[in-house]
Ligand binder design. Structure first.
Ligand code: NAD
Length: 491
């Protein structure tokens, strides 16, 4: 069985760790390969950073217009290899082939935006800020930066950071999720073909041990993290305590409000896609659906009809709408949460717990579940489920709905479905979340915009993507120069 190698100093090398864990196809339970894990991976981080530090000295002196040329090549390689990449994503993460292609497209869009770095990292100049004195602000790279990513988007999330980090002149270390590291192996085959210094980009496997080595390494200047809230909080506190710049995106529990004036057919279809897309394993998945006033019955019936026609199966079978969840443990956790909700008084409209897919009986499959009247003061309404479960609740009016939206610990996304501009305007101003959707079910910012997140969904200041990423991976330097006017001798 293949043991994945690290990519360090421009070559593929075995990990110094002898410990491994299995990478498992969630639909078939086939072991796809083994990935290095455990204490020994700390040494791998040291090797990667030593090489990255050298590469940085060379790369940071390359003009930015030349640096972005490698991104054009990377974009082409990603486009030419989308099919093979999508197949790997589906095999290791379980999402449908279409969802895999979609996330690669989002990754490519980040490369495209980062190609604008020659303008995006431009500084400011004020001439004659005092007589004979000019002042300017320039942006310089930080040195070596690293990212630590989750299982649910094996390709896309690294691209919220990597293209911007290298375009601005940094070296970059990637530590992918140990559950889905094979997608990055393929992407590093593309990075290997770029005209960049050895060690500029490195791939290091592992779990907590390699993460801790990243957080403790004095030469790593910045850390980008995406994953669950408890780990995000840990990364932020440990990374900043060690003097690093840190951006840490956490978990979510996203509420969606449907007002009586919404287009019910359109809204319910979009909401079902949001709740059940990627089997509910998206940080922007709608989770709690709030109906307001007298439309409750109609919305409930429309949601039920839309959801029950969705099909579950192996992601490589092109007709299906939803794949399995990532692990058997995750499936057990989700079914446990559904049961807890029922025990706490929720009514089951659709029970997805007994999914069995012909030919894939061992897979971690769940069909869509809809729970109604979920108790507002209980665990299910506050916990991130990260599975294909919709909780349906109802409120008297938009004021109560907004109060509920703002009462949660997370602040990743809040959405409103309405036909009223006034209600939309109020919601977008008053909802406490970093990403707002109006008649949109997955308010995922395009690459030009920061991937926002508030409250327990984000720790830090600058987010991934777009101008935020450019700022995150650069430090400002302000220079004041006096050049006496030698012709007039006035100074
Ligand atoms: P996770 O937190 O378990 O793992 C994320 C990364 O952290 C992995 O690389 C893992 O190896 C590492 N890690 C895990 N435990 C660690 C520990 N104790 N110490 C140090 N490192 C550790 O997350 P996951 O299960 O892979 O991903 C799902 C979570 O990610 C969900 O909560 C989801 O909402 C969140 N997510 C958030 C966003 C966002 O933009 N806010 C995007 C995608 C996913």
């Amino acid at each position: 069985m293949e043991i994945l190698k690290n990519y360090i100093d421009g070559v593929w090398i075995p990990s110094t760790s002898k410990e491994t864990i299995d990478i498992v196809n969630p639909a078939t339970q086939e072991v796809l390969a083994k990935v290095p894990f455990g204490k020994g991976t700390q040494k791998d981080v040291d090797l990667a950073v030593a090489s990255a530090s050298k590469a940085y000295l060379e790369w940071s002196k390359v003009p930015v217009l030349k640096r972005v040329q490698v991104l054009y090549r990377l974009k082409t390689l990603m486009e030419e290899n989308t099919e093979v990449l999508a197949e790997i994503i589906t095999k290791e993460s379980g999402k449908t082939y279409g969802e895999s292609v979609g996330e690669i497209q989002r990754a490519i869009e980040n490369i495209e935006v980062a190609c604008g770095t020659p303008m995006l990292m431009a500084g400011d100049v004020i001439e004659d800020i005092a007589t004979g004195v000019d002042e300017m602000m320039i942006r310089q790279p930080l040195g070596v930066a690293a990212c630590i990513t989750p299982f649910n988007f094996p390709s896309m999330i690294v691209f919220w950071f990597l293209p911007y980090a290298i375009a601005t002149g940094n070296a970059f270390v990637v530590k992918p999720s140990e559950k889905v590291p094979m997608t990055m192996m393929k992407i590093f085959e593309f990075l290997d073909q770029l005209d960049i210094p050895k060690g500029l980009v490195s791939l290091v496997h592992g779990g907590k041990d390699s993460v801790d080595a990243i957080l403790e390494h004095p030469s790593i200047k910045a850390v980008s993290f995406v994953g669950s809230t408890p780990v995000a909080r840990y990364i932020y506190s440990k990374g900043t305590a060690n003097g690093k710049r840190v951006q840490a995106q956490g978990g979510a529990k996203n509420p969606v409000v449907i007002l009586p004036d919404a287009d019910i057919e359109m809204s319910t279809k979009i909401i079902a896609d949001s709740v059940y897309g990627c089997a509910g394993q998206r940080c922007l998945a709608a989770s709690t659906i709030i109906t307001v006033d007298d439309q409750k019955r109609q919305i409930k019936d429309a949601l039920y009809e839309t959801v029950k026609s969705r099909t579950t199966g192996y992601g490589l079978d092109r007709e299906i709408n939803m794949g399995p969840v990532i692990t058997a443990a995750s499936k057990a956790r989700i079914t446990g949460l559904i049961q807890k909700g029922i025990d706490e008084g929720a009514k089951v409209l659709l029970d997805g717990r007994n999914a069995s897919i012909a030919g894939y009986e061992k897979g971690n499959f769940l069909n869509p579940t809809i729970l109604e009247n979920v108790a507002l003061d209980k665990e299910l309404i506050r916990t991130e489920i990260f599975g294909p479960v919709m909780s349906l609740i109802s409120m008297k009016n938009i004021d109560d709905a907004l109060k509920f939206v703002n009462s949660g610990n997370y602040g990743n996304m809040a959405c409103l479905f309405t036909g009223s501009g006034a209600n939309a305007r109020r919601f977008r101003n008053e909802a406490d979340a970093g990403n707002i959707g109006i008649n949109i079910g997955v308010a995922a910012p395009m690459a030009q915009f920061p991937f926002s997140g508030w409250k327990d969904s984000f720790f830090g200041d600058l987010h991934g993507q777009g101008k935020h990423a450019i700022e995150f991976f650069t430090q400002t330097k302000v220079i004041i120069e006096r050049w006496p006017n030698i012709w007039s001798r006035k100074f």
